[in-house]
Design a protein around this ligand. Structure first.
Ligand code: S3P
Ligand code: PEP
Length: 452
């Protein structure tokens, strides 16, 4: 019989009692999350960053010559981006593990499937406005609900013709005229930093460039905008960030550039969390010295939760503590880390407050509602506020953990399943959005064969 996990028990999450779990047959769409029979001890390499790969693809498509993207992520979000660029007339060829991107005249008619990728849905309409012809955008049912309005309005103000059904959301058609006037625009980017990144990525090809003024509540995920600015500057684009909440991209060429993609540090989060909650050790190989990825904050966050983190030339190593500590954190800048941090918080010895992340309600699912529901289902005491979660750890028990088509919900469930017997994750395949083989990596981290 499965035993319940109890944060108050002195045994702590490393207790051998967790190791027992029925290995019987399971419903095909439910993945029995493996328990850690001992403290995790592993060295891992995670695939390339989604955010860097998709920016590199867009910039290579707009560049003045061919670019090689080394070690790109090949997962649903980036394969959709590559397919969309091909549909627009760009050549994206596989060369061993790399992608060779050769720009072509952007043209419609074309159809773009955004799937559930915010980066595809937000970064490509400003590019499609530069194409000659009609470019139709659509995506998964949930992508039709994710915020798009401020970006579409901004593009219209900059000279684009966009036809939609009056909801200012997917599906819509961008009628590209081959050129875009550009200029200055105000936008409320409080729902997504991707609105700003999108305008900056294409803006150098607009006749007057683009000046984006954010008006509204603070912009989330600022490191992702800094990543955009830095990748533009690496390609010779003049970006002025002198005034707060204003970005100006001067018109001009985007230089072709060969780049190596950093590992995806947000996807490293569940693996590092595995060391934290089992009192083990995980090293992520090739952790960059300098990065704009939000995962850089994991060092500080997991240290605050009791982990011992060391970054050296080999990678980033996390050693788990005897007991995980609760935290009070503003995750506004690094919202995509929230699901995994919430899972660890539910396994802590004290309460946690995660705040500043109202924009997560517009992500792959309403992540605040989803986390509150699923953590409660397993036994936690969770209070959902407008912009965050308060989590009071309680003894947890095995249950179905629903993912709502959200890869990071699946990561959160897997972390819980390491120490809570009997957790079954619905639709683990949703992890392929940004990681081609989460199950394989997870089970090999635990020294097991993949069973899904
Ligand atoms: O630009 C990017 O690559 C991203 C920006 C962020 O979006 P939001 O600002 O909408 O949170 C982040 O959550 C997303 O995973 C990736
Ligand atoms: C919010 C996320 O994705 P997207 O790029 O689809 O917005 C995410 O990966 O956590």
């Amino acid at each position: 019989m499965p035993v319940a996990w109890n944060p108050q028990a002195r045994l702590g999450p490393r207790g051998v009692g967790y190791a027992l779990r029925s290995m019987g047959s399971h419903t095909p769409d439910l993945w029995p999350a493996p328990l850690a029979s001992t403290a995790v001890d592993a060295d891992l390499r995670v695939p390339g960053s989604k955010s860097i790969t998709n920016r590199a693809l867009v910039l290579a498509a707009l560049a003045d010559g061919p670019s090689t993207i080394r070690g790109p992520l090949r997962a649903r979000d980036t394969l959709l981006m590559a397919a969309a660029l091909r549909a627009l007339g760009v050549s994206v060829e596989d060369v061993d593990d790399d992608w060779l991107v050769t720009p072509g005249a952007l043209r419609g008619p074309a159809s773009v499937d955004c799937g559930l990728a915010g980066t595809v849905a937000r970064f490509l309409p400003p590019v499609a406005a530069l194409a000659r012809g009609a470019v139709r955008f659509d995506g998964d049912a949930r992508m039709r609900e994710r915020p798009m309005g401020p970006l579409l309005e901004a593009l219209r103000a900059l000279g684009a013709t966009i036809e939609d059904d009056g909801r200012n959301a997917l599906p819509f058609t961008v009628h590209g005229a081959g050129t875009m006037p550009g200029g200055s625009v105000e936008i409320d980017a409080s729902a997504s930093s991707q609105f700003v990144s999108a305008l900056l990525l294409a803006g150098a090809h607009y006749d007057d460039g683009v000046t984006v003024d954010h008006v509204g509540d603070r912009v989330p995920s600022m490191p992702h905008i800094e990543m955009t600015v830095s990748m533009l500057r690496d390609r010779g684009v003049d970006v002025d960030t002198g005034e707060p909440a204003t970005w100006r991209v001067a018109p001009g060429p985007i230089k072709a550039l060969d780049v190596a993609v950093e590992p995806d540090l947000s996807n490293a989060a569940p693996f590092l969390a595995a060391a934290l909650v089992t009192g083990g050790r995980v090293r992520i190989l090739g952790w960059p010295d300098q990065t704009y990825q939000p995962g850089a904050r994991l060092h500080e966050i997991f240290t605050a939760m009791g982990g011992h983190v060391r970054h050296d030339s080999e990678g980033l190593t996390l050693r788990g503590p005897e007991a995980v500590q609760g935290v009070d954190l503003d995750l506004h800048d690094v919202g995509e880390l929230t699901p995994v941090v919430a899972a660890v918080a539910a396994l802590a010895t004290g309460p946690s407050r995660l705040r500043g992340v109202a924009h997560l309600r517009g992500h792959e699912t309403d992540r605040l509602a989803a986390l509150a529901t699923e953590l409660r289902r397993l036994g936690s005491d969770v209070r959902e506020s407008a912009d965050g979660l308060e989590i009071r750890p309680r003894p947890m028990h095995g249950e179905v953990f629903r993912t709502y088509g959200d890869h990071r919900m699946a990561h959160a469930g897997a972390v819980l399943g390491l120490v809570v017997p009997g957790v079954q994750i619905e639709n683990i395949a949703t992890t392929t959005k940004t990681l081609p083989d989460f199950v394989g990596m997870w089970t090999s981290m635990l020294g097991r064969e993949a069973a899904a």
